[in-house]
Design a protein around this ligand. Structure first.
Ligand code: A2P
Length: 271
């Protein structure tokens, strides 16, 4: 077997051992709080949809790394990430300024619980997110296996402002019309988006919508049922706790890679 050595970019500090050094190919700013970027993917890098990696920048002897869900699907030849911009945040303060051609560091081992393997077989898959918590689901909804395993996939995103929902809206639209994916997706993918601090009337938090049953009635689907439904949750700690409580009240049980259940949660965050 032959292996091609990947060219290492020139950076002010040496690239640490054991990490990939990849080149940014595009950056899209959605709001003053959110942006997405794409970068080259190492030939040897494999991951499961929904996993995260540790990302850093070559701007210090000891770079700061943060957990980032991979937003792109496993068949994509590039890697995509969706990030918040934290004022003064040790990584995002610098990461938000990256441009095509810049270098991003990535530790080699992907991991995480928001994977199909951690869920028992079911009929419907609910993906609950707030803000950049949609990132792992951007990968999951672009994985053909998701539609082989589930009859319906329901993605929800709650953001403060309408402009923050643009990434998710475009993602869902592009997934439905993508030449490769549309064949798998058909009419199986539903999206519920709400902006809680804008519009008249303002959108409601997904937690409220679950409690009142409005989430399912708005979408014209049956109420949550642990017999048929599986769920993944990604968002702030408070949101995770609240949705977990709502699911547990309805008879759902947490799963893990080594013990599949009826819902899974990711507890690794960006700064
Ligand atoms: P709200 O505007 O009512 O605070 P943030 O940017 O603070 O992470 O919030 C992103 C979105 O998640 C906002 O719409 C926010 O609603 C919502 N949110 C914050 N906390 C929770 C929670 N515990 N459960 C559900 N949604 C939440």
């Amino acid at each position: 077997m032959s292996s091609v050595a990947e060219a290492k970019p020139e950076t002010a500090f040496p690239i640490p051992a054991g990490v990939f050094a990849e080149t940014v190919t595009s950056v899209t700013h959605y709001t003053d709080r959110l942006f997405a970027f794409r970068m080259t993917r190492p030939q040897s890098f494999r991951f499961r949809s929904g996993e995260f990696v540790m990302i850093g920048l070559p701007n210090a002897e000891k770079p700061v790394y943060r957990a980032y869900s991979i937003a792109s699907p496993s068949w994509d030849e590039e890697l995509e990430f969706f990030s918040i911009k934290v004022p003064g945040g040790p990584l995002t303060e610098h990461l938000q300024k990256i441009q095509p051609g810049d270098t991003v560091l990535m530790r080699k081992k992907p991991t995480g619980t928001l994977v199909l393997d951690a869920l028992k077989p079911g009929k419907r898959l609910f993906l609950f997110s707030t803000g950049t918590g949609i990132a792992p689901f951007a990968s999951v909804i672009r994985d053909p296996e998701t539609y082989e395993k589930f009859d319906q996939v329901i993605l929800t995103q709650t953001c403060r402002l309408d402009a923050e929902l643009k990434y998710g809206r475009e993602l869902v639209e592009n997934t439905k019309t993508d030449e490769l994916m549309s064949e798998f997706v058909g009419d199986k993918l539903l999206f519920h988006a709400s902006a809680t601090r804008e519009g008249e009337p303002k959108g409601e938090r997904v937690t409220k919508l679950i409690e009142s049953g409005k989430l399912c009635s708005d979408l014209g689907i049956e109420a949550l049922n642990p017999e048929t439904d599986r769920a993944m949750i990604c968002g702030s700690m408070a949101m995770l706790r609240e949705i977990e409580g709502l699911l547990q009240d309805r008879g759902f049980e947490e799963g893990a890679n080594n013990k599949p259940g009826t819902y899974v949660v990711e507890r690794a965050f960006v700064d």
